[in-house]
Design a protein around this ligand. Sequence first.
Ligand code: ZN
Ligand code: ZN
Length: 332
Amino acid sequence: MAKAEPASTLFGWQGITLQVPADWNLGRVDGDHKSGYARLDDDQIVRAEVEWREGKKRQLSIEQLVDRYVEGLEKKAAKTGVAFAVTRKARFLRDKRWLEGSEYELFIWEADFRTYNLARACPLCGRIVLLRVLTRMQEQAEELVDRIFASLEDHAHEGQVSWSVYGLHFQLPEAFKLSGQELKSGHLQLDFSRDRQTCRVHRLSLAHLLLQNISLADWYQGFFRKQLRDFKVEVAEEELHGHPGLRVRGQPRSRWLQLIRPLPFLNPKPRQYQDSQVWVCTAADKICIIDHLYRKREEGEDLPLRLSDGYFCHQEPQTEPGGHAQLPADPQ
Ligand SMILES: [Zn+2]
Ligand SMILES: [Zn+2]
């Protein structure tokens, strides 16, 4: 009988996507779309790391980049006295057709763990990606490694970037860049901006407790009181993909009302519109919120609705950031 494949999940960050075992979760993330780093951990060890960098103007070949990287590792190993072995131009992927036409190198290094590495420059977007997967020395990992590497994507598709962490999964137009993140257990928030528009994606856990004695509309208006102060808000009940939900539309308050507001004096908030979709996913016990803030009425374009179309709130295993995750509050 064939062994059942363990459930897998999509990891997506800054245009990098990978299909990984469902219990590998984001443990650390840094940088922005130009260059950055993400680490996935299982409940015991680091399992995968990915680094990316814009490569259009690069001076060094992939081979030279790997030279440098390996030298650094050798120095570190020598300092700590760990036995270290490296195999350059390693043969570990069975199917390498997807790598054809790109400059790349596969290599393996072993210390306490065995790590499988791919350094590659994407022939389409030029991005340089270093992906490494860590396995225990005794682990039979070839199939897993094959699957993960073959799933690697490093750029947007049809102008859409897939974001996927802790089972929160959606697609956003490429022009929106991540401008802030709060990945707390119980409340995930990703902020994006494009020109003078903002898109915020929230996911709150334990919806049944948050909504115990209160309607969704009242909870929402209480929770976001500060943000909503700047708008004339209309809240309408509106189902979303079979989930109870709200559509919230905010208009800028009159300039006169803004003037008599006490603060801030020097940097008054811009007059803007708000369009939000809020819904409760009972199956996943989450409240999901997508906000779009924009300056000109015509910039609205139903973004929350379009975004929620590719948003899967209850199909994948839902996890929470672990207590050990070192997640900077801001990508800078
Ligand atoms: Zn690419
Ligand atoms: Zn759902």
